[in-house]
Design a protein around this ligand. Structure first.
Ligand code: GAR
Length: 215
């Protein structure tokens, strides 16, 4: 079944491009119906246009409060009857108006091994903490920032001499693989537990559903 997606971005849009590329190559059975950015100047909006997706900038400054802004975003998403929302570098907190329109149907990608290093500058936080391993996570969105059930995780090493740029780039490569894989997994039925507690289900079920994948 082809999923109809709405993607929210704020800037560069490299994760959006990875998703659009994976759809084009047939790796992911989905369609990006609309891309919305809270930043009307986001470069990612041009990427959306290049792939033929509708791209729209909705500036929160044009609305009296967050709820009215989010209502405008929801209206755009609903106009395309999207089934899942993908936050791909959307750097605004999600409020009730947006979340309640798509309960448990919104995913986010974050450049750390959650629950570690939530929020801004996750790669710098990892370097400052001196960890030997970081990575990226895709999770279901809740009202808490960078929180919610984890659908997939990939780890990368933190190497001696790493800078924010080198670590970010190593993580980004994995983000671009993980996000399309998780989206494709949304197409699969969830695993069933047998009475004895063992997982039953289609053999094609992605191995990173509900758990962590390490390269
Ligand atoms: C990505 O690294 C993404 O994980 C991060 O912003 C970047 C967006 O890059 N998101 C967060 O930090 C969310 N808390 P992109 O615009 O090139 O996809």
């Amino acid at each position: 079944m082809t999923l109809t997606l709405g993607v929210l971005i704020s800037g560069r849009g490299s994760n959006l491009e990875a998703v659009l590329g994976a759809i084009k190559s047939g790796e992911v059975d989905a369609r990006v119906a609309v891309v919305v950015s809270n930043n009307p100047a986001a470069p990612g909006l041009s990427i959306a246009c290049d792939y033929g997706a509708e791209a729209v900038g909705i500036d929160p400054n044009g609305y009296p409060n967050r709820s009215d802004y989010e209502a405008a975003v929801v209206e755009r998403l609903n106009a395309h009857q999207v089934e899942w929302i993908v936050l791909a570098g959307y750097m605004k907190l999600v409020g009730k108006t947006l979340l309640h329109a798509f309960p448990n149907r919104m995913i986010n990608i974050h450049p750390s091994l959650l629950p570690a290093f939530k929020g801004l500058d996750a790669q710098k936080q990892a370097l400052d903490a001196g960890v030997k391993e970081s990575g990226c996570t895709v999770h279901i969105v809740t009202l808490k920032m960078d929180d919610g059930p984890i659908l997939g995780q990939v780890s990368v090493p933190v190497l001696p001499g790493d800078t924010v740029e080198t670590l970010s780039q190593r993580i980004l490569v994995e983000e671009h693989r993980l996000l399309p894989r998780v989206i494709q997994g949304l197409n699969s039925p969830p695993p069933q537990l047998s009475p004895s507690g063992e997982i039953e289900g289609p053999a094609s079920l992605p191995t990173d559903r509900g758990g962590r994948t390490t390269r």
